[in-house]
Structure formats: structure tokens, C-alpha cells
Write a protein that binds this ligand. Structure first.
Ligand code: PLP
Length: 218
């Protein structure tokens, strides 16, 4: 599906939800995609991308940014503390803040570097053992902890369980964000971004619907 078609579907979902056009940012998830597909989407004028691995992003974005200095890249996958500095240098936002130790590391580096990417706390709405994120019951306390560290917290992110209706998870995430006064909601992927927009998503992360199937999915 073309980028234009996805943008049209986003605009339509905004209209149906009574939301302003442009109130949702489309993150084109370029992980594992061949360079020529990413280059094509850049050539079409799109500038916001998502990557889920620091190493992979470090291998391709400095190159693309030579031609497109205004390209922005968000980290949407897990972040190890020992890669925090590199991630802060590479990404305009990190959507996977999920534990106190990472928050203190980011705060220390932010002091030292004088800048910090926008942050989203990942919430494990499905309480899945293998999935990253703070539990819904721990989210309020973690939000307070991150704020106390003076970090630029913008919102919350979730990845619903594959076998459940995502809307329940989007609604839960929106509720946690609202009671904490957070406006950013990173939720919705290729199969469910319209439902996420209906429930307040401000950032949708769309990969395969734009780029086609990933050869090695992760
Ligand atoms: C890969 C990935 C996406 C995009 O998934 P698609 O189904 O290809 O749209 C979104 N969010 C995260 C965290 C991902 O890892």
C-alpha cells in the first residue's frame, strides 16, 4: 500500500473520530527493510521513521541523513542501558522506557549531554511475561519517578497481545495517560491503526502496510 493511501486512511480515521487532521503522526517503521524501499519513502517526502534496534539504526540512518538532514527517527524497540548514549545521539524519541534503571541512566546522560530525546513509557497492557513494559498497576508510580528525574516525558506506548482485541488495550493506555496528564499515545500498527486513532493515538507505528512484508520479521 502506498504512503499516500495510508495517510488518507489516517485522515479519514481522524475525521471519523472528530479529531483534527494532522493530530496523528505516522511513524514509518523501516526495521529490516532494504535500503531502496526506505530511500523510496524518503523520496516521496516522508520524514518520520521508526527502528527497533539501535545497532541497525546506527548502520543506516547516519547515511540517509546526509541526503535528508531533516529525517527524524524514533526508537520503538527495547533499549539496553549500555546502548543508551548511542540511542540518545541517534533518535529524536524513545518509545520504550520501561524500567527505573534505564530512566536514571537517561537522566544522567541528559545532564551530561545537555539534551534528551522525547520519551514514552512502554506499558505492558496485556501483562505478558515475555513482553517489555511496566505493568498497568505500576504505571502511575513510574510516571512520577520519570518526572522527578526531569526527563522530557511525552506519553505512553503499548504493543497489545497478538491474540486479543487491541481496542481494549488502547483504551486502557489512554486512560492511564489521561489520569497522568500525558498527551502522547504511541499505539496502533499496520493491522489496527484506525482503531488506535479512534481511541486517541497521537503516534501510529506502521511498517508492513507501507513497506511490504519484512523478509525476517522481528
Ligand atoms: C515492527 C513494529 C511495528 C510495525 O509493525 P507492522 O505490523 O509492520 O506495522 C510497530 N511497533 C513496534 C514496536 C514494532 O516492533
Amino acid at each position: 500500500m502506498s504512503l499516500t493511501e495510508i495517510q488518507t486512511r489516517i485522515d479519514k480515521a481522524c475525521a471519523e473520530a472528530g479529531r483534527a487532521r494532522g493530530s496523528v503522526e505516522l511513524i514509518a517503521v523501516s526495521k529490516v527493510q532494504p535500503d531502496e524501499r526506505v530511500a523510496a519513502v524518503l523520496a516521496e517526502g516522508h520524514r518520520l521513521f521508526g527502528e527497533n534496534r539501535v545497532q541497525e539504526a546506527a548502520g543506516k540512518w547516519p547515511r540517509f541523513r546526509k541526503d535528508y538532514p531533516d529525517a527524524r527517527v524514533h526508537l520503538i524497540g527495547p533499549l539496553q542501558s549500555n546502548k543508551a548514549r548511542q540511542a540518545m545521539e541517534l533518535f529524536e524519541a524513545i518509545h520504550s522506557l520501561d524500567r527505573p534503571k534505564l530512566a536514571t541512566t537517561l537522566a544522567r546522560l541528559a545532564q551530561e549531554m545537555g539534551a534528551c530525546p522525547d520519551l514514552f513509557i512502554q506499558v505492558n497492557t496485556g501483562e505478558e511475561e515475555q513482553k517489555a513494559g511496566v505493568l498497568p498497576a505500576e504505571a502511575d508510580a513510574f510516571v512520577a519517578e520519570v518526572r522527578a528525574l526531569d526527563l522530557p516525558l511525552k506519553g505512553l506506548m503499548c504493543i497489545p497481545p497478538v491474540d486479543e482485541e487491541p481496542s481494549l488495550h488502547f483504551a486502557l493506555l489512554a486512560k492511564i495517560a489521561e489520569r497522568n496528564g500525558l498527551s502522547g499515545l504511541s499505539m496502533g500498527m499496520s493491522g489496527d491503526f484506525e482503531r488506535a486513532i479512534a481511541l486517541g493515538a497521537t503516534h501510529v507505528r506502521v511498517g508492513s502496510a507501507i513497506f511490504g512484508d519484512r523478509v525476517t520479521g522481528h
